[in-house]
Design a protein around this ligand. Structure first.
Ligand SMILES: [Zn+2]
Length: 366
């Protein structure tokens, strides 16, 4: 498959068009026209991962974290300071970063971690806002079904696990075709009145372009009247973090032991150790401190994340929600496993998926 086809297939599976903050995702290094029959999945790009991928015969590395976060001023490399992006580019390697798209979906990293912990009734901790738009189009009644299906095929009308959601109200549309037109209905210079349906559909903002393209393709008119309204409502499909419940309440010590084993971390940092048992668990893999307040508001007994600072712990000490730091990379332990599962299912026999054996860790216990 060509890299371009692989990128498109990944975007159909995960919302790579959703980018939060200063994240930098997608094809970071490479050529969309390259042929690729093997890819390597890695947590991050570094010299070891690049060598491993080259040895394995891959020409595409899929990373979780982006290898290019801060603006770079130079792309140079030396024996002492190998720059993996420079070396990747020189060796003909393509590099694609996923990150946000894996953080904000129900099939993503946070729900995956919640399932590994054994939580049930899992839902988003903090739904994403400003990710939705409403597309309204005026269609002659004869073509409503065709247009509705075309928009749905492009990803419009998805609300949670409900598909092809739309609303239609009928009315009369009027127009007067100009002298240079080729009207589908009516004749030039004669005012026309047509029975039309105002067809409304909720569309994720990152899909608006393709939904409009498909809608125009299916619509019979030469000039199509349509509106796009940005919405500020919560998205049912995307969010940060996850929250759920353990089957039975357990002492905090048992929970922390379970987390250490599961994430393979030697130490955990916690805000405090209450006597009460815990059952409601909230989490956000990586740097999730900004969502601690959501966990408190939703009555979580414990909040698991990474990158917790001294003052975050101080603030949490007076709360009933225990703040647990299992390190940034510890909470993201399953990122490569999950990405490779998704890619293996997406590409089946078309492209081989290798998983890097090199798992980057933030720090070491000495
Ligand atoms: Zn991270």
């Amino acid at each position: 498959m060509r890299v371009k086809e692989i990128v498109n297939a990944i975007s159909e599976k995960l919302p790579t068009g959703i980018v939060t903050g200063q994240d930098n995702v997608g094809l970071i290094v490479g050529n969309y026209d390259d042929e690729c029959d093997k890819m390597t999945v890695a947590y991050e790009l570094d010299a070891e991962v690049l060598n491993e991928a080259v040895r394995a015969g891959s020409n595409l590395i899929i990373t979780y974290h982006t290898p290019l976060f801060k603006p770079a001023r130079y792309f140079t490399s030396s024996h002492l300071h190998p720059n993996p992006l420079f070396e990747a580019s020189r060796s003909g390697m393509n590099v694609f970063a996923i990150h946000t798209a894996l953080d904000v979906v129900k099939t993503g990293l946070n729900f995956h971690l919640a399932k590994k912990i054994g939580l049930s009734n899992i839902h988003f901790l903090s739904p994403l806002t400003d990710t939705l738009a409403k597309v309204v189009v005026y269609v002659p009644v004869s073509h409503v079904e065709e247009v509705r299906l075309a928009m749905s095929r492009a990803g419009g009308g998805k609300i949670g696990d409900y598909y092809e959601c739309s609303f239609g109200s009928n009315g009369k549309g009027t127009f007067l075709p100009g002298s240079d037109t080729e009207p589908y209905i009516g004749t030039r210079d004669v005012r026309e009145t047509v029975e039309e349906t105002r067809l409304e559909m909720l569309v994720e903002k990152h899909l608006v372009g393709s939904v409009i393209r498909e809608m125009l393709e299916a619509h019979p008119y030469e000039e199509v009247a349509y509106d796009i309204y940005p919405l500020s409502s919560d998205s049912p499909n995307f969010g940060f973090g996850a929250m759920g419940e353990l089957e039975v309440a357990i002492p905090i010590g048992d929970f922390l032991g379970k987390i250490k084993n599961l994430l393979d971390v030697e130490t955990l940092r916690v805000s405090h150790v209450p006597n009460a048992k815990i059952q409601k668990v909230a989490l956000c893999a990586g740097s999730g401190v900004p969502f601690y307040r959501d966990a408190v508001q939703k009555g979580a007994d414990v909040y698991l994340t990474g990158d917790v600072k001294h003052h975050d712990f101080r603030e949490a000490r007076s709360s009933s929600t225990v703040l647990v730091d299992a390190t940034h990379s510890g909470t993201e332990k399953f990122a490569t496993e999950l990405i490779s599962e998704i890619l293996a299912e997406t590409f089946k026999d078309k492209v081989a998926v290798d998983v890097s054996k090199h798992q980057e860790r933030n720090s070491f216990i000495v």
